[in-house]
Design a protein around this ligand. Sequence first.
Ligand code: 4NP
Length: 148
Amino acid sequence: MKILMVCLGNICRSPLAHGLLRKKAADNIEVDSAGTGNWHEGEAPDHRMIRTARKHGVDISDLRARTFVVDDFDRFDVIYVMDQSNYNNVVKLARDQNDVKKVKLLLSTLEDSNEYEVPDPYFGGDDGFEHVFKLVDSATDAILKQQQ
Ligand code: 4NP
């Protein structure tokens, strides 16, 4: 199973999702992350996201941002996006319905959530990063449960 986590910059939400799933999953799950924008290409995750993840025992400092490419539709079985805007950006690049079917909102894995999007924490305070951690932690647990 190959899973790609996608957000806008690939420096806050999707590297966290990448690092959390990498830590929790067994060898049968391969995970990567990408951003729909290219502003942060090659950069490490935002220091606030690194710090929040570290506080919860997850090291994401080795990850480097890259931009989502059409090839990713071939390389991955599922493409989880963080919000509706990411969904629209990725689906715009889809070549056919098979590509479109691979794209899912990450929080659609949560059965009893009334939140559908992982909010962008970039312009906010520390609370936003903590909130992102809780949502992505629950969603990555749900992904593993689905695989069982
Ligand atoms: P991310 O957050 O999509 O969770 O990585 C953002 C990071 C950078 C920017 C926007 C969102 N930016 O505008 O540079």
